[in-house]
Design a protein around this ligand. Structure first.
Ligand SMILES: [Zn+2]
Length: 507
């Protein structure tokens, strides 16, 4: 590879945070080496690690961020995307949580699938037990879609343990609050698709299983969730009702669960648009339900165009912390960037990266609010996607663009050609809707940075799939040091349980 221009090295060094001093050993290494921006930034990073002190105190509060489908390649591409949006080359940038002091890799397979879905992966994180695909916080002794088989196999969750200890609890997602990741925190269901009663089988209803939306409001643990903000309004409204944005309710049982929320809980409020959300004074509200879309909330790229107006993930996180922090006993909050996954399924890298940056912004909003001496923040993903960042674009090449090689100016003016004579993008998918049977399309005149562009893929499938490689875990605050090396995904439950003394087990 080419030597990087000095200007880029200097930029990289400037971006790295020099917290502790280090002294280069001039007797051993030449000056031009020890004075390199790369060298001093690396030395600073090690000096910071040497000075690091483990926080073994208890965690009063825990915030678990989950980027749905946010694999490692998504993090790399999103960090470059964010850096380039700020006018830099991009590679040197770091997402907010990439600065956290501790990290690990999590194995995401489920009991029955090499490549999992969000139901067993979130169940693993939130209960400490791996289960089968499609199941929410019930053990693998259940049969998927069979209510009776799940009876007696319900797994207690981190959120339930926190409620039982008198802590406040909250869930936030840009997906439906009844979707797999948020649902696994409060619901127990052998079928993730039982989001409203109209989605259930006769067997399930006859054997007394409750749909997921019903469980959130009517079967709530402790004194109920204090915060629930996200999408999925239709699943909480009767099918005789059309809501303020034109979506019809999906409930056949006649329950208006948004009304029940206000009846069941004290000082409760329900909001469904940005204006109402902004008007909430957290000092006067103890249980806040916000449902901003009939189904999933908008992608970050489209949020400004929403009919009723939707708060950002960072705005929801910030308001949630204000409300939850009123409890002296502390809180547990789960925040999901739920639509990174959906954009990837659509083969649409632009929206996936913008939603990843929105999650990074939400983590930053949390870091700006909490005291890291008593609050454990964890950022991870449930699973990855078949998303790749391929070779060999020049440093600073637009991450959504066609590959331009660094070799020389003449070549860099035109895109690099693949073996079939066609140009290609850096970002791609192993499968999905961006693939076609036969020859690849010629992208020469295509704006691959357009938000609607679908990256090319190898195997044609209507929906791109999850991938099975490990996902990253980043952590800061008390107990964060327990994340080290390669772990099973269910270890996340135990770290939270240990750090916050939830009482699930002693170590
Ligand atoms: Zn509560």
């Amino acid at each position: 590879m080419k030597t990087l221009p000095h200007v880029l090295a200097a930029l990289t060094a400037a971006v790295a945070t020099a917290l502790v001093s280090q002294t280069a050993n001039a007797a051993v290494l030449p000056d031009y080496q020890t004075q390199s921006g790369w060298f001093t930034a690396g030395a600073d990073a090690v000096a910071a690690k040497v000075a690091q002190v483990r926080n073994t105190a208890g965690a009063k509060n825990v915030i678990l961020f989950v980027g749905d489908g946010m694999g490692v390649s998504t993090l790399t591409a999103a960090r470059i995307y964010q850096g380039q949006a700020a006018g830099n080359t991009g590679e040197e940038n770091r997402l907010s949580f990439e600065t956290f002091p501790y990290s690990a890799l999590a194995k995401t397979y489920s009991v029955n699938q090499q490549t999992p879905d969000s139901a067993p992966t979130m169940t693993a994180m939130i209960t400490g037990v791996k289960t089968e695909d499609g199941m929410l916080s019930v053990s693998a002794d259940s049969i998927r879609g069979n209510c009776l088989s799940s009876k007696g196999n319900e797994l207690k969750t981190t959120l339930e343990l926190a409620e039982n200890l008198g802590k406040s609890t909250g869930i936030i997602s840009t997906a439906r609050l009844t979707h797999a990741t948020p649902a696994a925190t409060y619901a127990h269901s052998p079928e993730r698709n039982w989001e409203a009663d109209s989605d259930m089988t006769t067997e399930a209803i006859n054997n007394g299983c409750h749909d997921i939306a019903y469980q959130m409001v009517m079967d709530a643990p402790g004194d109920g969730l204090e915060v629930a903000l996200g999408g999925g309004r239709s699943y909480f409204l009767p099918n005789t009702v059309t809501d303020g944005e034109g979506s019809r309710g999906r409930r056949a049982d006649g329950n208006d669960l948004t009304a029940k929320w206000s009846e069941n809980f004290s000082n409760a409020a329900y909001v469904w648009n940005q204006e109402q959300f902004d008007a909430i004074d957290t000092a006067n509200v103890d249980h806040l339900l916000g449902l901003f879309q009939g189904s999933h909330m908008q992608y970050e790229a489209d949020r400004a165009d929403d009919v009723g107006g939707e708060p950002s993930l960072a705005e929801m996180t910030s308001k949630a912390i204000d409300l939850l922090a009123k409890n002296d006993q502390g809180y547990f909050l789960m925040v999901e960037g739920g639509r990174i996954d959906h954009a990837h399924h659509a083969g649409n890298a632009s929206r996936a990266l913008q939603d990843t940056v929105a999650l990074s912004d939400a983590v930053q909003a949390a870091m700006d609010k909490v005291d890291l001496s008593d609050t454990l923040i964890i950022v991870t993903a449930d699973h990855s996607h078949t998303f790749t960042i391929a070779g060999y674009p020049a440093r600073g090449n637009p991450i959504l663009g066609l590959v331009h090689a660094p070799e020389d100016e003449a070549i860099a003016a035109a895109p690099t050609r693949a073996g079939d004579g066609m140009p290609y993008t850096t970002l791609g998918y192993a499968n999905g809707p961006g693939a076609k049977n036969g020859a690849r399309a010629d992208l020469t005149a295509v704006d691959t940075t357009d938000v609607e562009f679908l990256q090319q893929a190898q195997v044609p499938m209507s929906s791109e799939t999850h991938a099975a490689e490990d996902v990253a875990i980043y952590a800061t605050g008390p107990g964060a040091y327990l994340f080290q090396g390669s772990v099973e995904q269910n270890v996340i439950f135990h770290v939270i349980n240990q750090a916050a003394a939830l009482g699930g087990t002693k170590y």
